[in-house]
Design a protein. Sequence first.
Length: 391
Amino acid sequence: MVRLAERLAPLTRNVFADMDQAKAQAAAQGVDVIDLSLGSSDLPTRPEILAVIAEALQDTRTHGYLLFHGTREFRQAAATWYEQRYGVAVDPETEVLPLIGSQEGTAHLPLAVLNPGDYAILLDPGYPSHAGGVALAGGQMHLLRLRAEQGFLPDFGQVPNEVLQRARLLVLSYPHNPTAAVADLAVMEAAVDFCRRYDLVLCHDFPYADLVFDETLPPSVLQADREKRVSIEFFSLSKSYNMGGFRLGYAIGNRELILALRRVKAVVDFNQYAGILRAGAQALLGDQTGVREMVNTFRERRDAFVAAMHRIGWQVPVPQATMYVWAPLPLAWADRSLEFCQHLVQKTGVAASPGAGFGPGGEGYVRFALVHPPARLQEAVNRMASWLGLG
Ligand SMILES: Cc1ncc(COP(=O)(O)O)c(C=O)c1O
């Protein structure tokens, strides 16, 4: 047996691996699987974005390593996007860092800010890779429980003093995966005050910045921290521009944090491919019709799925953002989200994510990702209704 590092221990077993197995078993038995378990968009990248990458492939200047911190063109596009949208001035040289997806950046950040044993304060439920990054950095986690009756928003008063004394990092992410909660500017302001008071770094993971269903845009943390004293935000092109497979995002915010993250990354990678950065700049600064179409597509799916669930008597909340429906489990399954999802895929072919996979605070729920067209979502609900004896 090879002897592996202890830091891997928290990462080796998780409920998503169990679900992958259950899905594979169902598929092997010939079940037609409707996979609603992954937040990976099924929508194609726009042709004008693909055209930039196709052209870049023929340009030999894009073929080598991209040293330092990506291209000026991409950093400038990110800064301009923030300035136009949030009215926050950003220096593209020192306050922007291209990433190989926001997941890469948020997972590397703890290496730059935590000493072994320091605490990171994370949302529970929350995106699993936030906890993974803290584990890799040898940090401890304090889970901030989010509750339905508080709109799944954080209550910073819950954090005990002994944690605060060793805490270095707070990780937020709104619109929120998995609960679909949206936070307003007051929440961001409270988070900035809290982090300034206790000398914490504020990391805001912001991949659903565009994926909201009403007219009000969710706030950037930089609107609450215009001087960028404690904050770093992570934007992704995966959701807004259906570019998940291309792996592109960026960090934006406090210059010392950007430089620190850059130092970590300098050890690990040589940046994203230049052609993808060119396409990313085009996506950010070009015509945003595709973003509106993407939002409309997910709104139609949300409406179809939620209406179908309500028809069968499963009272799920109507999400105002993200591509997820966060559904309380049927009573008979109360605190057995993994078991529920394993049986669900086996009996009906519908794959969903067990709430427990997002932390102990996710138990009692199941997450459906709306990554299929309305007819297929309706089919998924019909199958669940017959299995559960509903409707
Ligand atoms: C909260 C959150 N952060 C990060 C990611 C991954 O984004 P990226 O593709 O930019 O790595 C996701 C994807 O589902 C997410 O929900």
